[in-house]
Unconditional design. Sequence first.
Length: 212
Amino acid sequence: MGAGPYRTVVYVDGFNFYYGIVRGTPWKWLDQEALFRKVLGSQNALLKVKYFTARVQGSPNDPTVQDRQDAYLRALRAYCPLVELYYGHFLRHRISMEHANPPPASVAVWKNEEKGSDVNLALHVLNDAWLNAYDCAVVVSNDSDLAESLRLVKAQSHKLIGLVTPGAPKRKTSRQLSRHADFVKPIRAWMLQSSQLPDPIPGTKIHKPANW
């Protein structure tokens, strides 16, 4: 493979990204295209950002979380033509778990689970490699379950693989993922800060959520 620029598709594990680097910051209103252009630089010609997420469910402690997420996803669709959204499922259910300090022996808790995004991401990375849709795949996640899909891409198509760990270096990069990566890139705070969507989104009534 030549020296580039490389046709590049970015695959974002939305929940891993949010909880790894965005939660608790004032930079949630992110322009995904602008961010990954900064992260990758001129050697990567950005073709698409595939963003894998799930529709969240409100809770008594945060009943408007769906509205905030919906505003953000609508903003991406309206303003970022290279961003494609793919949905898994969000499950919230009551379960009984063993108590760390009994009695009682168990305690009822609410368990939130996001299902399907990691599988969807892995399948897209593989399928796009087979279709020759990219020279370089950049995976934005720290989920070691994705390692086998990256191994297959390297073994079967010899594509370049980049890895972005949300929250690195404080959050340690998965060894299972990094062993298949040609390069690993960090997301700097200034990149997040300088990659914010306009408010409102031009030509729309889509606003950044007030408490963001």
